[in-house]
Design a protein around this ligand. Structure first.
Ligand SMILES: NC(=O)c1ccc[n+]([C@@H]2O[C@H](COP(=O)([O-])OP(=O)(O)OC[C@H]3O[C@@H](n4cnc5c(N)ncnc54)[C@H](OP(=O)(O)O)[C@@H]3O)[C@@H](O)[C@H]2O)c1
Length: 323
């Protein structure tokens, strides 16, 4: 952690820093940074915040005065991210904590050590993700896309939910922001083969995990509203963003993608804009966010499927509702 931000030391709103680390030629897909409210006194966790979109979310939240914890599995990358942010802004309050979303044990340890610090938790950004990875399993036997992108975040959120509920009681409602993708729209949740054991397609597995995030987000939001808790949960599509996420593409496709991405994809800073809008907007009411705002029409949510997925996830993780 590099420094503490004196509370309420600055104006109520601040423009997002537009000094993106690399220049963008993405003239078709550009999202401009916007004005966001100060976040002094707020605490945020961003998973996978060591690089890519997550890094930019961390950087901007810290710049707005929030205390930000990067949850990631690569310590070197995480600490380098903290150093870079602190070099840029001596006041930034950022730290790295180890979190491997492919391990139930690591998620429990991360949540436990965070709770022991008696900090509030105002914003949880479930951002970490993998895409098109070769067939593989988490330490607990779940298909990698499903396990890391969805189930790991489900568990993390569940373990931190009481803290989110209590933190949302005063001031702004707490937020859970699930970084999904437009790929959710072609996803299918196969409850009878959730771990793709009978048939594996990396593409289908990624899309399923992103649909599962949207579904989880919607169900959680409704549960929180029903229970009268001031916790909003939303799903976000950051757009096509030029990051390392595409590193598992088939090599010729990867080479083509690199050229196309430099021309047409968003920069990570632009990709972070919608995530930040959902995390910080004062009238966030859940839903699905893309292109910097809440979509008027949500994707086709299916309450029956949402409930089934929720119950299956609880069973897979050995959780009970009254925990
Ligand atoms: N880029 C796009 O075009 C795009 C489009 C739609 C949605 N998204 C979503 O945006 C999110 C961020 O992706 P990105 O584009 O910024 O990709 P990225 O640069 O590859 O970042 C992914 C982050 O997730 C972390 N991560 C992966 N596996 C993990 C694990 N088991 N435990 C903890 N952290 C783990 C990575 O850290 P490691 O160093 O440990 O791997 C990295 O920090 C993802 O959820 C992705 O699906 C991206």
């Amino acid at each position: 952690m590099c420094a503490f931000v004196p509370p309420a030391a600055v104006a109520a709103v601040a423009p997002l820093s537009s000094s993106a680390p690399s220049p963008s030629w993405s003239w078709l897909n550009t999202l401009h940074p916007t004005v966001m409210p100060r976040q002094n006194g707020k605490v945020a966790i961003v998973t996978g915040g060591g690089r890519g979109i997550g890094y930019e979310v961390v950087r901007q939240l810290a710049r707005l005065g929030a205390h930000v914890i990067i949850g990631g599995r690569d310590e070197q990358e995480g600490l380098a991210a903290v150093r870079r942010i602190c070099e840029e802004d001596k006041e930034a309050k950022v730290e790295f904590r180890k979190l491997d979303l492919a391990s139930v044990l690591s998620i429990h340890q991360f949540a436990q050590s965070f709770k022991e610090r008696n900090l509030p938790l105002n914003i949880l950004v479930n951002n970490a993700g993998v895409m098109l990875v070769p067939e593989g399993r988490t330490g607990d036997g779940h298909e990698l896309h499903f396990g890391v992108n969805y189930l790991g975040h489900f568990l993390l959120t569940w373990l931190l939910l009481d803290l989110l509920k209590s933190s949302g009681e005063h001031g702004d409602a707490a937020r859970v922001v699930n970084v999904s993708s437009s790929a959710h729209s072609i996803g299918e949740i196969r409850l009878n083969d959730i771990n793709s054991s009978y048939h594996y397609s990396a593409h289908a597995a990624y899309c399923q995990s992103k649909l599962a995030q949207v579904s989880f987000s919607s169900h959680l939001h409704q549960e929180m509203q029903r229970g009268g808790f001031r916790v909003n949960s939303c799903a976000v599509d950051p757009g096509m963003v030029n990051t390392a996420l595409y590193c598992h593409l088939w090599t010729p496709l990867r080479m083509a993608q690199r050229v196309i991405a430099r021309l047409f994809f968003r920069t990570p800073a632009e990709g972070a804009v919608t995530v930040l809008s959902a995390a910080l907007s004062q009238d966030c009411k859940g839903g699905y966010w893309s292109n910097g705002h809440r979509e008027m029409t949500s994707p086709a949510f299916d309450p029956g499927l949402e409930l089934n997925l929720w119950e299956v996830s609880m069973q897979l993780l050995g959780l009970q509702s009254d925990q």
